[in-house]
Design a protein around this ligand. Structure first.
Ligand SMILES: [Zn+2]
Length: 451
């Protein structure tokens, strides 16, 4: 069946303009002029609503199998669909078994079967001692790997040091697959934490948590990774960059042509340390949210292309693990729940800074698709791509309440925020999956296995 979808504001790689998408068998067959849809095809006209490429979130923690009480495939993919996100790439650590060998990937596939509302893929994990499992995981279809340089919060997902990194990068060299790295080194964090404890610091204060994860932990980790990228010439991706102090180093490395990509997350672009109440552990994430001046430096890096993409790092837990009554930042689980909110949050912040909507497509769709090896298929409105798109009303203002949250536990630092822009509909491969607060049909997401 041939379908056509049109709006006066369609975001293609050429920018925002009136256009019509011609869709056949779930794929975009052509981008046509607004009035050029052929007679006889089913035409939907979205008026002046913005027609965006389906967003790609390359950094989410779905937690299933094994920790489904934290989050799950059904709830995470519904939250994604409600936020205009049509592709998720799952992190390898919060599930059990952790995705560190091909059998664990098979377990994840079995757990996801029939429950995914959007398309998905799974990153493999690099941990101490699993070097022999990396190429089998690559052959099984993962788009790349993730590792930590500091304790991950999950004992079963061991962090790696330089010696382990060298072994892993040696295995991955030539595969083209990126190594995604949580770039904080343990040394500066441990030293800062010891000093704070000696001084009897108050762990209910956000300033104590912030001081315990200094910029140096990120800067030193990134220095090491740049050195390894140069030596191994294999792609390294910095996940959730929080410290603007690392930007000059990264800019220099990228100018020299090193294969390094950089992401930051919505929370680092929206919140600022000065505004976080003491004891409000729903804001805890690592690296931590830094001050407002740092936030503005991240924005300017994003605007000039020194940061490639924006993800959520959606990483929820059962509310009890946030230990909200004690409010101690050292004891609470670290991870912010935000899946489904990223588009209006980022757009609201962009409007305040006078940034145009075109950037959204690059930061939240095209760049993360490229990272996950999905260029041309996901994250773009162009001939040959899957017909994934979101219908976005960029002007409506609304306030986030629990009924807008579709992930499992309705605890998020965004509750109460006034945002601009609502996702009206989400379409996956030519079929509507979400329509104004309702999910449509059955879960029909597919795994995107790397060929
Ligand atoms: Zn994460």
């Amino acid at each position: 069946m041939t379908q056509a979808f049109r709006s006066t504001r369609v975001l293609t790689p050429d920018g925002l303009a009136p256009a019509a998408l011609l869709v056949e068998n779930g794929r975009i067959a052509a981008i046509l002029g607004w009035g050029d849809a052929p007679l006889g095809c089913a035409l939907r006209d979205f008026g002046d609503a913005v027609l965006l490429p389906g967003l790609v979130d390359s950094h989410v923690h779905i937690n299933e199998p094994g920790r489904t009480e934290w989050e799950g495939v059904q709830t995470a993919t519904q939250a994604a669909a409600a936020g205009g996100v049509t592709t998720l790439v799952d992190m390898p650590l919060n599930c059990m078994p952790e995705t560190i060998d091909a059998q664990a990937l098979a377990d994840k596939r079995a757990a996801a079967n029939g429950k995914t509302w959007v398309d998905w893929a799974a990153w493999g994990g690099v941990v101490r001692g699993n070097a022999e499992a990396l190429l089998p995981l690559a052959r099984a279809g993962v788009p790349g790997f993730k590792c930590f340089l500091i304790h991950s919060g999950i004992d079963g997902f061991a962090w790696v040091d330089e010696a382990d990194l060298r072994i892993a990068l040696g295995k991955l060299r030539g595969s083209g697959l990126p190594l995604l790295v949580h770039a904080e080194l343990a040394g500066p964090v441990n030293a800062a934490t010891e000093k704070l404890n000696e001084a009897d610091a108050d762990w209910r204060k956000y300033s104590t948590y912030l001081a315990s994860r200094p910029d140096a932990a990120e800067v030193n980790a990134i220095t090491l990774l740049i050195r390894l990228a140069e030596e191994f010439q294999t792609p390294i991706h910095i996940v959730h960059l929080a410290s603007a102090q690392a930007l000059p180093l990264l800019a220099e490395a990228r100018k020299c042509g090193l294969p390094i990509t950089v992401e930051t997350c919505v929370q680092y672009l929206w919140f600022a340390a000065e505004e976080i109440p003491d004891g409000a552990t729903e804001y805890k994430c690592a690296p931590p949210i830094r001050d407002a001046a740092n936030r503005e430096a991240l924005w300017s890096a994003l605007a000039r292309g020194a940061i490639d993409m924006v993800t959520t790092d959606h990483s929820p837990c059962p509310p009890a693990m946030k230990r909200r009554e004690e409010g101690r930042w050292d004891l609470a689980w670290g991870g912010i729940a935000s899946l489904g909110l990223a588009l209006p949050v980022l757009w609201t912040a962009m409007v305040r800074r006078g940034l145009s909507i075109e950037k959204l497509g690059a930061w939240m769709a095209a760049a993360p698709a490229r990272l996950a090896g999905l260029s041309g298929r996901k994250g773009t409105l162009a001939a040959g791509a899957d017909a994934d798109f979101a219908i976005f009303d960029p002007d409506t203002e609304w306030t986030v309440t629990t009924e807008h949250l579709h992930f499992r536990h309705k605890l998020s630092p965004y509750l109460g925020a006034t945002l601009r822009g609502r996702v009206l509909e989400t379409w996956l491969r030519g079929e509507r999956i979400y329509d104004r607060d309702q999910f449509v049909g059955q879960p029909r997401g597919r795994e995107l296995v790397r060929p």
